[in-house]
Design a protein around this ligand. Structure first.
Ligand SMILES: [Zn+2]
Length: 303
């Protein structure tokens, strides 16, 4: 089954729901970054959550970045997604392995229970909207749901599951349920949703049972007249890096350092942090950058 996002409503428009399947884009992140199992689960959950956060935006070029800076050994977890269905991300320590807990991979132990969650919403025109909340548990679903409630006043329930075997990512998905503004004060409705989620078997077990994300969504929303919208959106891992962007970034190093690289290494190698693609700038590329920078310096001093 291809990675996709479905949308649904329930309770006469009072509930908005999003379901995501994400096996392929998380597997691609795992392979690109050589992620450990717990690293794959943490990044995979963060990628799904970021796509969900982006799904509420309107402008077509909208993007959301999510960064978790916890006190656990995994270090920074970063994901960035677009309303166009593209997503990318990385973790600071991709090789970290931790013993699983009785509930599965120890994502909260890897992330840490204390720290901060940073969200940037960018519509591509005005200043991006940034917001920070403290972590409440180190579990991505709880921390993002807490962000949605405290920072965006949207009562939300989020489920995330990434199941990994020795072959790689077997199943991955997520569900987001949100109360619309007209129901935002309806505490019994959010309690009902939380209750239903608690009663579910482990989410990755459900996904592994072969049930589709739409079926799981409709089971949770049973009796609340769920309506799954006919349109599904394809999702994929995609980075926005390019050779030109990477060359542009080399400017930061300054002329002296670039000259040194040219003499000693005959070129430069730059790795994109987001997708791990290695770009090689040869002697000619590097020479051109140095010449341009020297010309810029000259122009400035002639002023
Ligand atoms: Zn890249």
């Amino acid at each position: 089954m291809a990675d996709e996002m479905i949308r649904a409503t329930a309770a006469k428009g009072g509930i908005r729901a999003v379901g995501i399947t994400g096996k392929a884009f998380i597997e691609e992140a795992r392979r690109r970054h050589h992620l450990s199992a717990v690293g794959t689960a943490a990044l995979g959950q963060a990628m799904i959550a970021t796509l969900m956060l982006c799904s509420t935006m309107k402008a077509p070029q909208s993007r959301v970045s999510l960064q978790i800076l916890g006190n656990g050994p995994l270090g920074t977890v970063f994901a960035d997604a677009g309303l166009d269905g593209t997503v990318r991300g990385f973790v600071q320590h991709p090789y970290l392995e931790l013993l699983p807990t009785d509930r599965g991979l120890d994502v909260a132990g890897a992330i840490g229970k204390e720290g901060f969650l940073y969200i940037i919403r960018d519509e591509g025109k005005d200043m991006p909207y940034t917001s920070t909340v403290e972590l409440v548990s180190g579990e991505v679903s709880q921390d993002v749901a807490n962000y949605l409630f405290t920072s965006e006043q949207t009562p939300s329930v989020m489920l995330l599951g990434v199941f990994i075997s020795d072959k790689g990512v077997e199943v991955a998905g997520g569900i987001l349920l949100q109360l619309m503004p007209q129901e935002a004060e309806n505490e019994s409705l959010i309690m009902l949703l939380e209750e239903r989620i608690k009663k579910l078997d482990s989410f990755s077990t459900l996904l592994r049972s072969g049930k589709s994300i739409a079926q799981i969504l409709c089971d949770i929303l049973e009796g609340l007249e769920p309506k799954v919208l006919p349109y599904t959106q394809p999702l994929k891992f995609a980075c926005r890096c390019s050779f030109d962007r990477v060359l542009g970034a080399l400017h930061i190093l300054g002329i002296a350092e670039l000259k040194d690289m040219l003499e000693k290494d005959g070129g430069a190698e730059v790795t994109c942090q987001f997708c791990n693609t290695v770009y090689r700038a040869d002697r000619i590329d590097l020479g051109k950058i140095i010449m341009n920078m020297q010309a810029e310096e000259q122009a400035l001093s002639d002023r």
